[in-house]
Design a protein around this ligand. Sequence first.
Ligand code: GLU
Length: 449
Amino acid sequence: MTGAPVVRFAPSPTGRLHIGNARPALLNALFARKHGGRFILRFDDTDTARSKEEHVEAIRADLAWLGIVPNLEVRQSRRFALYDAAVETLKASGRLYACYETGDELDRRRKRQAARGLPPVYDRAALALGAEERAALEAEGRRPHWRFLLDHRVVEWTDLVRGPSHVDCASLSDPVLVREDGTYLYTLPSVVDDVDLGVTHVIRGEDHVTNTGVQIQLFELLGGPDRVPAFGHHNLLTTAGGEGLSKRLGHLGLGSLREAGLESLAVATLAVLVGSAEAVRPVASLSELAGLVDLHRLSRAPAKFDEAELAALNARLLHHLPHVAVAGRLAAMGVDGGEEFWLAVRGNLSVLRDAVPWWSIVAGDVAPVIEEPEFVAQAAGLLPPEPWTQETWASWTGAVKEATGRKGKPLFMPLRLALTGLDHGPELKALLPLIGRERALRRLGTPDA
Ligand code: GLU
């Protein structure tokens, strides 16, 4: 690679991002991070009817949540002049030709081809139209759509994921680049932008492999052979059941995952590492994740996204997070127990907001559960004076054991139930000093002991 790479993520703002789109977004962003390159966010919003400003904003917010900060943002809807110029170039070189068939006519033609055992490839009938025939069709009220005249050859490239790859363009229909209403399909604007913005690496889903054959021909015509980027086509995420992810799967939307309280780093980690040679495991930062991403090591098989795996990864990630990584968010949730509290409870969390009830148990009102008032009162009488440390629990329960002869669960459970109102939770040796003597006495039912 000569010079710093330039990559782009190019969503159409016709919906929100889901975990499946997070994969190309992150593979591009982390590739740029790893190689000191630039990441462009390109909104493919040429379809002005279906593109929505609210989706543009949500996509920006979802990417920011993932920790992706674009170096540049462009909107295709502001760049039509460039696409129009490319259309003129292609027309002038005879590589874009006007076609007048309606959808129904093309359907009938495909059916006839199928009946004769032929592939459903456009037969280039419109190429043979003379000026008069075209004028006659236009006089009927038909407007042309425009097809790219493919060079019938095998286009080859070395894919960053899939290795040596090729598309035989002789087996493809000449693609429509401009619809009859003058609007653009995705194929041409994408290439024009990639040339104009100096994109060096196109990393996208393997559903685009065939497009790549066509687009390499366009790159060669519009940018020249030196401007053909490297391509990497990653495997697509499917649900655990093997179905494709679609925009309709709302609960796998990044917005929903965020609302469910998941860590963006867990979502990013799974989105990138699933279906790769790297084991899915918690990482401390996006930079660490960037170091693990290697396009060559992505599998060719579909990558199964399993929500249970995400939940488990999220919990494992939280169990190791240092306090600094969460202090701001905890404060925003009204949890201000500091590092000691965080270290006491993090191992019990599935999502960060699970810290809130634990904080209430430490500092708020608890409904103590006291089944054996005499035992609990006796224990209260043995509480040592403050200051309390992590050793206090052991010395206190040691004294209670000695005085009562109890041990194991009959010793500890009544104390846990009284102090926290629950029969499970973080270690009491960590919670007790946070609860403090005054609250502990109150919960043990003897506030003035
Ligand atoms: N808007 C296209 C898509 O979302 C972009 C594909 C590409 O990366 O070239 O499929």
